[in-house]
Design a binder for this molecule. Structure first.
Ligand SMILES: [Zn+2]
Length: 320
């Protein structure tokens, strides 16, 4: 789908509602409260009435579209722009393109990221594990050797960067999360949670916290001191993902507070994992968006939205 066909197919609120109803319920709507199928359409309204529990509901209830004052065609346009921007797209660019306020774009983008979260992944096969650092203050220019060694320190120790850990199937799917302390215990917990250890071979570098993996899974260590490995004996897939993530964040978002970082990780992981979807990429994300997302409940900002947006839009961390 291109922007032109999006406008033709889903250019009005009514068309969007019909599209959502079809995706969520197929031919026959069911009550979002009690799942009963005896429901009646309210006249001149998008609401349905349940004859069982007597409550009214709409297709947007319990989804990322609930409570949004943004018209659906514009919401859909934002979704379209987001899923097609491989390296990310800033809320201000979206605001300019779609013709909405910055805050409106910012909130819509975060809701869409909620639809991109996938914590259910279990990876298998040949799997790479690695960590990276996002954010942190920019260091001053190198003036002496001590600074130089700090800059080249791979683990980013002693900086204010946020450690994230990624696990990826070679030519497959990725899962990323923030892990504050890169201890053996925390990394092992993530391995057991995210990887089918009976059916996988795990590749890591020689960071000491991965040593414990030897007891839990077939584990191949790639020694950086002996070059970066050959053939399948590399962690090139995850390194590739880190470069997309870092360049994307740097290019489109510049500064991301730690609080909201998980949303951006979800966005880049989702795009990576769905990179082969073409025609049905739009249907897929809308399908996700229609699912009950507990994430949204956790996300709903407390306090004045304007205040939160202003706080976040001020650079907290320069990214490197
Ligand atoms: Zn009902």
């Amino acid at each position: 789908m291109n922007l032109q066909s999006l406008h033709t197919k889903l250019g009005t609120q009514d068309k969007c509602i019909a599209y959502l109803e079809k995706l969520r319920w197929g031919r026959k709507p069911v009550c979002v409260f009690c799942k009963a199928s005896s429901v009646t359409k309210r006249k001149e309204s998008i609401r349905w009435h349940c004859n069982d529990c007597n409550k009214d509901f709409s297709v947007m209830m319990g989804t990322i579209f609930e409570d949004s004052r943004l018209e659906l065609p514009k919401f859909f346009e934002i979704i379209f722009l987001m899923i097609n921007a491989k390296m990310g797209i800033s809320a201000s660019e979206i605001a300019r393109n779609v013709g909405v306020k910055y805050q409106t774009a910012w909130f819509a983008c975060h809701k869409i990221r909620c639809a991109m979260i996938n914590n259910e992944l279990k990876l298998e096969g040949m799997v790479e594990f690695d960590e990276a650092y996002i954010g942190g203050k920019k260091r001053k220019l190198v003036q002496n050797e001590a600074n130089l060694s700090a800059i080249t320190s791979k683990r980013g120790r002693g900086t204010s960067k946020t450690p994230i850990v990624g696990v990826v199937e070679k030519k497959g799917r990725v899962y990323v999360k923030i892990i504050e302390k890169l201890t053996s215990r925390n990394l092992l917990a993530m391995l057991k949670d995210k990887v089918d250890t009976d059916n996988s071979i795990v590749f890591t570098d020689d960071f000491k916290s991965y040593k414990q993996f030897d007891n839990a899974v077939d584990h191949i260590t790639i020694k950086h001191s002996e070059g970066y490995g050959k053939g399948v004996k590399t962690i090139n897939t995850i390194e590739g993902f880190w470069s997309i993530l870092k360049n994307g964040i740097k290019g489109s978002y510049r500064a991301i507070s730690k609080k909201y970082l998980p949303f951006y990780l979800a966005e880049f992981s989702y795009k990576f994992n769905n990179r082969h979807l073409q025609k049905n990429a739009f249907d897929k994300i809308i399908d996700n968006a229609l699912k009950d997302e507990s994430c949204l409940i956790n996300y709903k900002p407390k306090g004045n939205p304007r205040e939160i947006v202003n706080r976040v839009s001020k650079p907290k961390m320069a990214l490197s």
